[in-house]
Design a protein around this ligand. Structure first.
Ligand SMILES: [Zn+2]
Length: 229
C-alpha cells in the first residue's frame, strides 16, 4: 500500500523568501527597532510606534504587534496593541479579537490588490489609527466624526467612493456595474446626462468595479435600495 505523506504547510515567508527579505530591508531605515520574530510558524513584527507631529513632537507611543497571515500579502495582517492602552471596544474601532479595525472591508481588499507592504501598512494605516486613538483619549471624540458601521457604513462608503450623496445615482451605477461589464466609451452615459460615457461616469464605474467584489456589491445594492424604496 502506498503511504500518503501529508504535504507540509508552506507559509508566505517560505514560498516567497524574497518578499520577507524586502520587507525587512524596507524597515531598516526608519523602523529598525521593530523586531521580526518567527514563532509556531507565524511571523510577528513587534515594537514601539511613536505618534509624532509635523514639529517632531511626540504625542504618544504604543507597543504594537503585527501578525502576518499565512498567505500574506494576499490576506490582511492583524495588528494588536500590547499594553492595554486602547480598550477592546467596537466604539474604539477595535475588533472583538482585540485587533485594530484599521479600515473598511473593501479598503482591505483594495490595499491587497494594490500590493500590501509592511511599511505602507505602518505609515498609512497603523500610525494614523494610533493618532486618532490619542485624539479620542484627549477629547472624547473622533477627529472627523465617527466612522459609520453596518448599513449606514455601507451607504457612507458608496457616497464617498462615488462622490455623490444621491442614492438613486449610486444604485444606478451599481446596477450598471452588475449587469453591464463593458460600455463603449462613446456610448451615452447610463446616468442620462447626455454626455458620452468616457466623459461622464466611466472613471467611477471602473473604480468601484475594481474595488468591490461582485457578490458583495449585490448585497450592498439591496441595502442601498432599502433607503429610498
Ligand atoms: Zn454619467
Amino acid at each position: 500500500m502506498k503511504k500518503i505523506r501529508e504535504a507540509p504547510i508552506s507559509r508566505w515567508y517560505e514560498t516567497n523568501p524574497l518578499l520577507y527579505f524586502n520587507e525587512k530591508i524596507s524597515l531598516f531605515e526608519h523602523y529598525r527597532h521593530l523586531v521580526f520574530e518567527e514563532n509556531e510558524g507565524k511571523i510577528r513584527l513587534t515594537g514601539r510606534l511613536r505618534v509624532i507631529d509635523q514639529n517632531g513632537d511626540e504625542h504618544g507611543n504604543f507597543l504594537v504587534e503585527i501578525v502576518f497571515p499565512d498567505d500574506y500579502p494576499y490576506e490582511f495582517p492583524k495588528v494588536y496593541e500590547k499594553e492595554g492602552k486602547i480598550p477592546v471596544d467596537s466604539a474604539r474601532h477595535m475588533n472583538s479579537d482585540g485587533s485594530f479595525a484599521l479600515c473598511f472591508k473593501y479598503d482591505e481588499i483594495f490595499h491587497i490588490k494594490k500590493g500590501l507592504k509592511v511599511i505602507y501598512l505602518i505609515e498609512t494605516l497603523i500610525i494614523p489609527f494610533l493618532s486618532r486613538q490619542l485624539f479620542f483619549d484627549q477629547f472624547g471624540e473622533w477627529v472627523s466624526g465617527d466612522r459609520l458601521f453596518g448599513d449606514e457604513g455601507i451607504v457612507d462608503f458608496y457616497q464617498k467612493e462615488l462622490n455623490t450623496k444621491d442614492l438613486k445615482i449610486i444604485s444606478n451605477i451599481l446596477e450598471t456595474v452588475l449587469t453591464t461589464h463593458k460600455i463603449a466609451p462613446n456610448a451615452p452615459c447610463f446616468c442620462k446626462s447626455g454626455k458620452k460615457f468616457k466623459k461622464c461616469h466611466r472613471e467611477l464605474f471602473e473604480h468601484i468595479k475594481m474595488k468591490v467584489p461582485e457578490k458583495d456589491m449585490r448585497e450592498d445594492l439591496k441595502v442601498i435600495r432599502k433607503y429610498f424604496e
